[in-house]
Design a protein around this ligand. Structure first.
Ligand code: ZN
Length: 236
């Protein structure tokens, strides 16, 4: 996996800011894994995609993933601080090829980013789940018409076969004691940080170019430590 430079953050932001979050996640991964094609990444199971995003994110910004969520019961703001290294044991498993699951004699492969993109515009979460399961069905011809219980079983089996496909974070509110869980969308989380870093870099380029007459490339090629020092001098 390739480490992302300051120029990469700006390039990613410029190319991806109008894209759908699913495409933004693949764009980031493609920058870190230039040897894998965009289509190849779109066909990775979601757990493998998420594991690679966590690895790249921790290499770029360190192991702590901090965010704020609102308690659904009392509205208190809760700080969520995850250690990306805690996913190491799960991510090791996610690199293995996982066999399709079989329910009622029909095989289903793990869902990918491409499958999610196909159901992104469904009107309800239920319809999206039905279409997702249908697109993972490996049977030739029409997919079987599943009842609610069978659909649930396929969903549960797929989730336990690929535990990082959906990262659930358990939270307990210190104010009201309410326990809840939040989905960590690592692609959107990482994108928000890349966007913030890109804007910070553009600000640094603007200030240092204005003061010293340096080009964008010259400012970006400085180490973070040096750039911070010069910015401090400019700000006085
Ligand atoms: Zn609360």
């Amino acid at each position: 996996m390739r480490f992302l430079s300051s120029a990469d953050f700006l390039d990613l932001w410029e190319r991806g800011f109008r894209l759908h979050p699913l495409d933004q996640a693949l764009l980031i991964l493609g920058m870190g894994l230039p040897e894998v094609s965009y289509d190849g990444l779109a066909d990775w199971p979601l757990g493998r995609r998420n594991a690679a995003l966590i690895e790249l994110r921790c290499a770029c910004f360190g192991p702590h993933l901090r965010s704020w969520v609102t308690c659904p019961s009392c509205g208190e703001k809760l700080e969520c601080d995850l250690d990306g290294r805690a996913f190491t044991t799960v991510t090791a498993g996610s690199r293995k090829t996982i066999d399709p699951i079989v329910v009622n004699g029909c095989s289903y492969r793990l869902p990918t980013s491409r499958d999610l993109a196909q159901v992104a515009h469904e009107r309800s979460p239920f319809e999206a789940a039905v279409r997702l399961v249908e697109s993972c069905c490996m049977k030739d011809g029409e997919p079987p018409d599943l009842n609610e219980k069978e659909l649930e079983e396929v969903g549960e089996r797929l989730a336990s076969a690929d535990p990082l496909a959906e990262i659930l974070v358990g939270l307990r509110c210190p104010m009201c004691g309410n326990e809840s869980s939040e989905i960590l969308d690592i692609g959107s989380f990482f994108w928000t940080e890349i966007e913030a870093r890109a804007k910070q870099l553009l600000f640094a380029v603007h200030r240092l170019a204005e003061r010293y007459g340096w080009t964008e490339q010259e400012v970006l090629s400085l180490s973070e430590h040096r750039r911070a020092f010069y910015l401090e001098m400019v700000h006085g």
